[in-house]
Design a protein around this ligand. Structure first.
Ligand code: BGC
Length: 497
């Protein structure tokens, strides 16, 4: 019996899913995208160049398929179709990001682009007309090249520049946007950008990456404080920064301490300064990194200390915890000398490696283990550690390499993740909402167009960049419609039954 095709469904029913989990009325179902990954129009109107534009125009060697995102899903022109897609999915919220150089071509507020203003204003109004709330990310990795030329995230002035940019956004869109995400995944911005995994594609994690760590937190806080002071009493919006994308568990009981440290390295480094009562870097991590720096002969800790004023400035700059969650890794304690540097330099700093659990399945990406319980465990950890009142899952999604419309694995992944969200809500954690990554296939950074995350498939070869719902989209729209995980029939087509 061979499974052949997803497109034509025969009447064979293979399995029924579902319990009657009804989500609370306040729970927000959503889907997400990001500007550089979908918009195209890289030089439309007076848009400035971003550091991703520069990087991918300078070489073909970075993306797996030698592609770039000059056109991507062409959402710069096809935004009306995107709104229809959001509506077809029954979304309560659509998370998208604003391209900094599209709004501020020079990177600074000396010139605010009329085209950029119009584009995002239309998108926001169009969503609101359909009853969909925008969740707007201010920075999803496409820094103006002009600012990268000035040192980008390694320059401390970037905190002020980001605060200035944020003020422009609040002035333009604050009347209509109630959920703001300042930065998407500082881990990817710094540990990725300075470890040759993303623009600016530097190999400088030891120094540049840690400077970036401090400056992303100050930049986030600057944007938060501008809102708090100048806009909160006018617009009553909520702000956060989207953190991390994986969760950790010990491989063996002897790896428990190393796991705690790994959580501090990859999540706490960006969360402790904002959410903890004391603020500042996670103390045990700061100590280890300072010792490492000393051993290596540096006169200062490579992870730059915060001043007491900076600690106060960053502490408490949140209205909810924005969590991106994809996978769970097992942590194995190893000799720092022998630690692999994958996925990030931090493994060497604290002496850990990541491994897969022998019984966990993985997606096409071998490190992408499927362990839905990890999401609930991470939510519990966030709740217990920081006592935050509200959490929004701002990304969660499933990668595949094929174009199939019949994406049972993605659907199952989303379904089992939603079950964990439901359980977490029953645990008493106020999970405000859940946005799937991604609403549609898009430019998946260094893997180009090869990796698909979309509820909707995008035909990148068609002139209209046609968006077509996958089975997971059908499933997700029934979730959003019934506000529960439905009893769901998977219809499959067999060659020889
Ligand atoms: C990023 C997205 C990316 C996704 C899948 C997330 O960490 O925010 O931009 O497409 O991972 O790789």
């Amino acid at each position: 019996m061979q499974l052949i095709s997803a497109v034509v469904f025969s009447a064979v029913v293979s399995g029924c899913f579902g319990q009657n989990e009804t989500f609370p009325t306040w729970f927000l179902f959503g889907a997400a995208t990001a500007a550089y990954q979908i918009e195209g129009g890289w030089n439309a109107g007076d848009k400035g160049e971003s550091m991703w534009d520069r990087l991918l125009h300078s070489t073909n060697d970075i993306t797996l398929d030698s592609s770039n995102a000059d056109v991507a899903c062409d959402s710069y022109h096809l935004w009306k179709r995107d709104i229809e897609v959001a509506k077809e999915l029954g979304l309560n919220v659509y998370r998208f990001s604003i391209s900094w150089p599209r709004i501020l071509p020079s990177g600074f507020p000396n010139q605010v682009s009329e085209d950029g203003k119009k584009y995002y204003s239309n998108l926001i109004d169009g969503l609101l007309e359909k009853g969909i709330q925008p969740v707007v990310t201010m920075y999803h990795w496409d820094l103006p090249q002009s600012l990268q030329d000035l040192g980008g995230w390694a320059n401390p002035l970037i905190a002020t520049w980001f605060g200035d940019y944020a003020r422009v956004l609040y002035n333009l869109f604050g009347d209509r946007v109630k959920y703001w995400i300042t930065l998407n995944e500082p881990l990817a911005i710094c540990d990725g950008g300075y470890n040759k995994m993303a623009a600016p594609y530097l190999d400088d994690m030891k120094i540049g990456g840690y400077l970036c760590n401090k400056h992303v937190l100050l930049a986030h806080a600057a944007a938060y404080r501008v809102y708090e002071k100048e806009f909160q009493s006018l617009y009553y919006g909520k702000l956060s920064m989207a953190n991390v994308f994986f969760w950790f568990k010990p491989e063996k009981t002897t790896d428990e301490e190393a796991t705690k440290l790994a959580i501090q390295m990859w999540e706490g480094r960006y969360a402790h300064p904002i959410y903890s009562e004391s603020g500042g870097w996670p103390p045990e991590l700061e100590k280890i990194l300072a010792e490492n720096s000393k051993k290596e002969g540096y006169p200062y800790p490579r992870l730059p200390p915060f001043t007491p004023e900076e600690i106060e400035f960053v502490k408490g700059t949140y209205d909810f915890y924005a969590l991106n969650h994809y996978t769970t890794r097992l942590v194995r304690k190893v000799d720092p000398e022998k630690a692999g540097s994958w996925p990030y330099y931090g493994c060497k700093e604290i002496g850990v490696d990541f491994v897969n659990h022998p019984t966990w399945k993985t997606a096409v990406i071998d490190w992408f283990a499927i362990y839905p319980e990890g999401l609930r465990e991470q939510l519990l950890w966030i709740n217990n550690t920081y006592g935050v009142d509200q959490v929004m899952i701002t990304e969660n999604g499933y990668p595949d390499l094929n174009d199939d419309l019949f994406d049972v694995q993605r659907m199952t992944y989303i379904k089992t993740m939603l079950q964990q969200v439901f359980l977490a809500i029953n645990d008493g954690i106020h999970v405000m909402g859940y946005t799937v990554w991604s609403m549609m296939d898009n430019f998946e950074w260094v893997t180009g167009y090869k990796t698909k995350y979309g509820l909707y498939a995008v035909d990148f070869l068609s002139p209209n960049l046609t968006r077509t719902p996958r089975e997971s989209a059908r499933f997700y729209s029934s979730v959003t419609k019934g506000r529960r995980i439905p009893k769901y029939r998977v219809l499959v087509d067999y060659e020889d039954v």
